[in-house]
Design a protein. Sequence first.
Lengths: 465, 426
Amino acid sequence: MNPKLLISVVALFALLGCEEKAKPKIEVERPQPVYQSTYKPLPSDEFVIVNATVLDGLGEQFDGASVWVKEGKIKAVGATLEVTESVTRVDGKGKWVTPGIIDVHSHLGVYPSPSHEGNADGNEMTAPVTAQVWAEHAVWTADPGFDLARAGGVTSLQILPGSGNLIGGRGVTLKNVPSISMQGMKFPNAPHALKMACGENPKRVYGDKGQAPMTRMGNVAGYRAAWIKAKAYMEKWDDYYQAAEAGEKKDKPKRDLNLETLSEVLRGNILVHNHCYRAEEMAIMIDIAKEFNYKISTFHHAIEAYKIAPTLASNDICAAMWADWWGFKHEAFDSVRENVAIVDKAKGCAIVHSDSAIGIQHLNQESAKAMAAGNKRGLQLEPKDAIRWITSNPAKSIGIDQQTGSLTANKNADIVIWDHNPFSVYAKAEKVFIDGALVFDRLNPERNNVSDFDLGITDPAGERL
Amino acid sequence: MKQIKKIMASVAVLVAWSLATPSVQAANYLIKNATLHTATAKGTLKQADLLVENGKIIRVGQQLAAPTDVEIIDASNKHITPGLINAYTSLGLVEIGAVAATNDSATSVEGFGASFNIAPAINFRSTLIPQNRINGLTRAIVMPRVGTSLFAGEASAITLESTMGGLISGNVAQLAMYGDAGAGKAGGSRAAAFQMLDKALTESAYLKKNESRYLPGFNWNFSQSLDDLKALFKVVRGKSPLIVRANRGDDILRLIALAKKHRVKLVIAGGAEAWTVAAELAAAKIPVIIDPIMNLPQFEALSVRLDGAARLYQAGVKLLFTGGGSHNAYLLRQSAGNAVAYGLPADAAIEAMTINTAEVFSIKNYGQLKAGMDADLVIWDTDPLEISATPDQVFIRGDRQPMVSRATRLSDRYWDNNDRISAPQE
C-alpha cells in the first residue's frame, strides 16, 4: 500500500465524514509488497573502535576518535567518548574509519562474472519501455563480484537494469551480505529505482531494428507517451479506491505491470535514476519531469554535469559520475576530470559511481582521482569531503540516507576500517561491518565468505581472496 | 567578458609555449632536488639532480654543478619518472569507440592477417594523445585489433607528440590471438587455433628458406597468404617478438612449448593466470603484458588475482604494464599502484611502465633516468604510484609539453562560470 495514497484517502474520508453521513466503505484488495526483504542482520557484539581517524561521511573528520557500535547501530562517534569499561575495544591506531561504501550504479548479479550471454540479464531489449521488469528477479547471488566488492568496502549497492531501453525497469538496493536468495540481501524498506536512459543507447538499439526510437526526438516522444499512459492508469486506480472508500462500487481496473511501476513513480514511491550524458539532454529530462510531475533522483554518468552544475543543484538532482571515463561514445566525448569537483563546488549532490565490477572494488580510488583533479585546479578538497561522494550522497540518491551512509547516532553500523587513508592507492579495507556484524576481515581470510561459484574453482582446495 | 579574458590568457600561454619550445632544438635544464625513480639498478634516488641538454639526459646525480645557460628547475618535494609507456593500446587508431569511421584498428578483409600494418592509420592529432600526454604518458605501443585471421598484424611504437614525427617504428612486433579469442578465429576450438599458429610458423620458416621458388600471384597452397607468411619472417628468425593474447595457465604452457619449437621470442599479453605458470615463464624468459587491476574471473581466467603481478615478479618474470584502455592509457599507473599495494616492489612497478617495455620492443634510448637517454620526463607532485599524483610538467625528448588538452579547455570554460546553459524554466 502506498502511504501517500492512504493518507489522502483517509483524509478525504475524514473530511466527508464530517460533512454528511457516509455510505459504508467497500473493502477492496490493495496491492501488497512482493518479493519482500527477508534480510536479518547477522549476529553482532557491542564494540568500540578507538584512536582512529574517523570520516563521518557528512563532511567531518575526527582525529584520535572512537566509533561505538551497539546492537547493530552506531551509538556514538567522537573524539571524547566515555565508553563503558566492559565494551570490547578495537584498536584503531593508524587506521581510518568510514561509513560503508555505497555504489549507486552496479550491475553485479545481473551482469555477473564470468560474463557471457547466458548470464547477461540486465537489458530486456524487446521493447523501448519495459518498466514491468525488475532487476531483482535476475540477480545471481553467487556472482563472485559481490565478495570482491565487499573486500573493497562496499556495504550497500543499487543494482540497475541496463540502458538499452528508454525505461529499462526497476532497480533494487541490496545489502552486500552473503545470501542464497536475493530477498536475503534486499535492503529493508529501500525504495525501488526506475532506470531511464537518454541518448545513444536506446535510439541505437531500436533504430537498428527499424523501430522507434531512432532519434533523440523519438526518445523524448517515447518517454512522454509512457508518462501519459501512466498518469491515466494511476487516475483509474485512484478513482477505483476512492469510490470504494466512498461506498461506491466500480469495476476493478485491469492490472498492468508496466504502468503499475510508472504510476508508482508518479506517486513518489519509486525514485528515477536516469542514465544521461549530455547537458542539454539532462535539461530536457528535467522539463519532462516537470511536465509529468515526477522527480528525478539522479542523473547517471552525467559526463556533462559540470556544464549545468547549478541547475542540477537548484533542482535537487544528484549526479553520479565516473572520475575519468570518456570517449567510448560521442556523448561521452566532453568528459573532464574535474566533473565531480565542479558539481560539488556548486553545492550539488556529487556521487562517484562504478557501473563496473572492477570499479566497484576501488570506489575510494575513483573518488581520490576526482578529488585530486579538483585540488589541482585550486580547490581544497579533503578526505572528509570526498568520502561523501561514495557514502552519504549515494545514500540520499537511493533513498536510504535515514538508515545508512554516515557515522551518526542510530544509523546502521555499516562501517569500514581502512589500513591507510582510504584515498591512497595503498589503502585496503581491513574490516567491513554491516549492521555491526563483521562481514569481511582481511586479516582472517578463512572466515570470509566464498560464493558457491568460487568454491574450489581456482583449484580444488584454493580460495580467491 | 571574463570568459574572453580567460580564453585570451590561455591563447597567450599557448603562444608562449610554442615560442619557448621550438620543436627542433630543445632547451637545456638542470632539474634539482627531486626524488628520481630511475628505472635502473640504482632504483630511487632522493635529493638528486638531473641535467638535460639537447633533448638528452646528460647526467644524473647529487648536487650537480649548473653549466652556464641552462634553466634551473627546482623540483624539491617532487618526483621524477621517465615518461611512462603503455605496452598495449590503440592510441591514434580510435577516436570514439562507437563511431566506426574513427576506428582503424582492425580490418574485416578476408586473409589479411600478419601483414596488416596499422602504422599509416595512426592519427597523431588525435585528442587522446594530449589527454594522455598531460597525464604522464609519453610513449605507447599501438596494437592492431584482430580481424579475420588469428594474426592481428604488426604493432607500432610511438611517442605522444602531435606530429608524424611521433612514429618510432611501424613494426615492433607481431600480434596473434590464442585462448578464447584465438578459438573464436579458428572455428571455435583452441586446438584448431594451436594447429593454425603452428602451421603458419612452420610455413613461414620454410618459405624463408625457399623464398625464390615462390612467386606471388600463384596459389601455393599455404595456410596463409605469401604476404602474411613473409610478415612472419622477423618472428621466426627471432628478430621481432610475437605477442600472443592468452589468459589460461594451460594455454600459456602450450604457447611456451610452441615458442620453443619455433625459436620464437614469445611475449604473453593478457596473462590473467600467468602467475600460475610463473616458474615456466621465468625459465623460458618470456615477458608478460598485464593489466594488474583486472581481477574478474572469466572461464579462461578463473584464478586471476590482484597479486598476480607480484607473484610473477617474485618468480623472475619481466612485467610490462598496460591499463586504462586507450582513452585513459595513462591509467596504467593506477593499475601499477594497485600491484604495489598487493606486493610488487615500487621500483619494479616503475620499470614495468618504462624500461621493460622499451627493452622488449627494442625502443632505443628511452625508459630510464640515466645519461644518454632521451629526456622523456614527468615531474610529479607526489609519489608517482599514488592515485592522487598528477604531473606538474611533462617533457618529451627534452621538449617541455604544454599541459593542455581538449578536456582542460572544457574545464577552463566551465570552472568559474558553470551555468552557461540556462536553467530550465521553473
